[in-house]
Structure formats: structure tokens, C-alpha cells
Design a protein around this ligand. Structure first.
Ligand SMILES: Cc1cc2nc3c(=O)[nH]c(=O)nc-3n(C[C@H](O)[C@H](O)[C@H](O)COP(=O)(O)OP(=O)(O)OC[C@H]3O[C@@H](n4cnc5c(N)ncnc54)[C@H](O)[C@@H]3O)c2cc1C
Length: 291
């Protein structure tokens, strides 16, 4: 059985949109193919007539500063993000997340855009971007527009992007300033391929002993990438001590929905370990912010 009939390689975003709209349907965009091809082979994604390979689009392959933002094109492979000092100096949480995605072979082809467009609530790159305050750049036939990151997600595996007419072109992340830092950690079951159980990313801004701002993302903490906004509000402008962290953990547990996943972990286990995971991730970011 053929999974597709035609394979197109556009060389610009406008060409890619043109192909999405006009190539013989069903038309499906592909980047690294590490999620999509598996799903097609396993019958969890419909076969395509036309695959639109986005990886030759130059605008989607850049990592650069744009004003006060770090811009990462959607088709930059995970291994190139890991090798970028610009990312390392501005988005430690994303480096730590990329360093845990799969192994070297997958990282050489898997892209950040595919990780996000797949719309899983615990994808590692996605959780890091959620805490880093990213926004997405969306392309359609009218041009480019920015979308707040969490508006990309409708449910597990359900992206708000209409892939028959639009694409994720890239991501904007605010450049890191003095007193700001981030961290990412994951609990996983080591085996042939590590089976992730829970991940957490924290971005924070510190002024002496006070938490001036904080963003906390945990996956899976709900059907879409979860921001622990109640804990964030509780910690904002407060002096950091052990009690504040314990109160924040309570808010995370109240607001998050930590479900049982077959083969991964029970809800009870996730609720038990989230306290230590959040505390460790927050503490790592806090220590970094002192440098
Ligand atoms: C062995 C293995 C281990 C893995 N381990 C991890 C892990 O530890 N952590 C983790 O988070 N993930 C992991 N993954 C999942 C996977 O590698 C990532 O989700 C990857 O980043 C997906 O990117 P891709 O370029 O391969 O996407 P593709 O497979 O090409 O595409 C995924 C989906 O996104 C759509 N799409 C792709 N790019 C765009 C775009 N720019 N705009 C709109 N839609 C788009 C496609 O149509 C498709 O629906 C693993 C995968 C494998 C095979």
C-alpha cells in the first residue's frame, strides 16, 4: 500500500501554502516525518495523496535574533537547536528539553515545528516553549501572523492549525534578561526507548529574594499543554522560601489533571512525583538566575 502518491519540496513559505491549497488532496505537510510516517504506517493517520516536505524552506530553517526575540524556524532539527549558543544563552529549558528528545538519529530529523504541530500535551519541546512564553508564527495565504502559544492546541493530538491551508512557520521566544532563567526536567522510565512519565519547565525572573515573575508548564497536566497559572499567580512578587514552594505545589495539584496512562504511570504516581519534579525544576532555574 502506498502512503502517498506525490511528494513536493517547496522552496519558500508562499510556495508551500500554494501547494497546500492546490495540490491533489488529501495534502499533508511533513517535516522530519518522525511522528507522521509512524502514524501513517500504523493506520493512525490517513494516507496522503500529496506530501508537502517543508524542510527545504529557508525561512523555516533559521535560528536568529529578531528585535527582542529569539526566532526559531519550525523546520530547524532538534540537533541544530541543541548546537546553538543563541538558544543556549536565551532558552536553557529548550536546550534541556531537546537534549532528552529521542536519540541522535531522530534528533537529526525531528523538528520543533513537528513536535508542536503534533499537539501532544507532554511533548518535550512544546512544554519548554510553553514556559518560555513563546508565540507561534503562522503562515497562510494572507501572510504571517503571531499566535499566543497555548492557542495552538485544541486537545490531545488536535492542533488548532488547519493543515489544509496554514503552517507553523516558526517560534518567537523573548530574549533572556538579567535575573531571568529557565530549566526543564523529566521523569522517565529508562528502557530501550525512554518512556516519559512527567515533564516540567519553569521560567522565572528574580529580584534578590523575590520571584518577580514565573511561568510553569507541566506535561501531561491536562488534554493540552498545561500552564500552572494558579501557582504562577501565587508566587508572583513573593519572597521565595520553602513554604511558598509547598503552597505552589498544592496549587499545581488542584489545577492540573494528572491522568493514568497505560504503560507509563498511574494518576496517583504522577501526583506523588510532581511535587519533587516541580521543586527541582524551579530550584534549578532559581539558582541559574543568580548568575
Ligand atoms: C524513537 C522516537 C523517540 C521519540 N522521543 C521523543 C521524546 O523523548 N520527546 C518528544 O517530545 N518527542 C519524541 N518523539 C516524537 C518526535 O520525534 C517529535 O514529536 C518530533 O519533534 C516531530 O517532528 P517532525 O519534524 O518529525 O514532525 P512530522 O512527523 O514531520 O510531523 C508531525 C505532525 O506535524 C505536522 N507538521 C510538521 N511540521 C509542521 C509545520 N511546520 N506546520 C504545520 N504542521 C506541521 C505534520 O503534518 C504532522 O501532522 C520521538 C519519536 C521517535 C520516533
Amino acid at each position: 500500500m502506498h502512503l502517498w502518491q506525490e511528494f513536493r519540496q517547496p522552496n519558500s513559505i508562499s510556495e508551500a501554502i500554494e501547494d497546500l491549497l492546490n495540490a491533489p488532496a488529501p495534502v499533508v505537510p511533513i517535516a522530519g516525518g518522525t511522528d507522521l510516517l509512524l502514524e501513517m504506517r500504523q493506520g493512525r493517520h490517513e494516507a496522503a495523496n500529496t506530501l508537502i516536505d517543508l524542510t527545504s524552506v529557508p525561512e523555516m530553517n533559521v535560528i536568529e535574533k529578531r528585535g527582542n526575540f529569539l526566532y526559531i524556524g519550525a523546520c530547524v532539527p532538534v540537533s541544530q537547536i541543541l548546537a546553538s549558543n543563541l538558544v543556549r544563552n536565551n532558552a536553557e529549558a529548550l536546550i534541556e528539553a531537546c537534549d532528552l528528545i529521542a536519540g541522535p538519529q531522530v534528533r537529526n530529523t525531528a523538528t520543533l515545528g513537528g513536535n508542536v504541530a503534533h499537539a501532544l500535551p507532554a511533548a518535550d519541546g512544546t512544554i519548554a516553549l510553553a514556559a518560555l512564553g513563546a508565540s507561534a508564527e503562522i503562515a497562510n495565504q494572507n501572510g504571517l501572523r503571531k499566535l499566543p502559544f497555548l492557542e495552538l492546541f485544541l486537545g490531545p493530538g488536535k492542533s488548532a492549525i488547519d493543515k489544509t491551508s496554514e503552517l507553523i512557520a516558526g517560534f518567537y521566544i523573548p530574549l533572556s534578561d538579567h535575573g531571568q532563567a529557565s530549566a526543564f526536567k523529566r521523569i522517565m522510565r529508562p528502557q530501550g526507548v525512554a518512556l516519559p512519565i512527567l515533564n516540567c519547565a519553569v521560567w522565572l525572573e528574580r529580584e534578590e529574594g523575590t520571584v518577580k515573575g514565573v511561568r510553569i508548564a507541566i506535561g501531561p497536566g491536562g488534554p493540552t499543554p498545561f500552564r500552572a497559572t494558579a501557582a504562577e499567580a501565587l508566587m508572583q512578587n513573593q519572597i521565595l522560601d520553602d513554604e511558598l514552594i509547598q503552597e505552589a505545589v498544592k496549587k499545581v495539584l488542584e489545577q492540573g489533571s494528572f491522568r493514568t496512562s497505560p504503560r507509563r504511570a498511574t494518576s496517583e504516581y504522577r501526583k506523588h512525583v510532581v511535587s519533587g519534579l516541580f521543586t527541582d525544576t524551579f530550584t534549578q532555574a532559581w539558582e541559574r538566575s543568580k548568575k
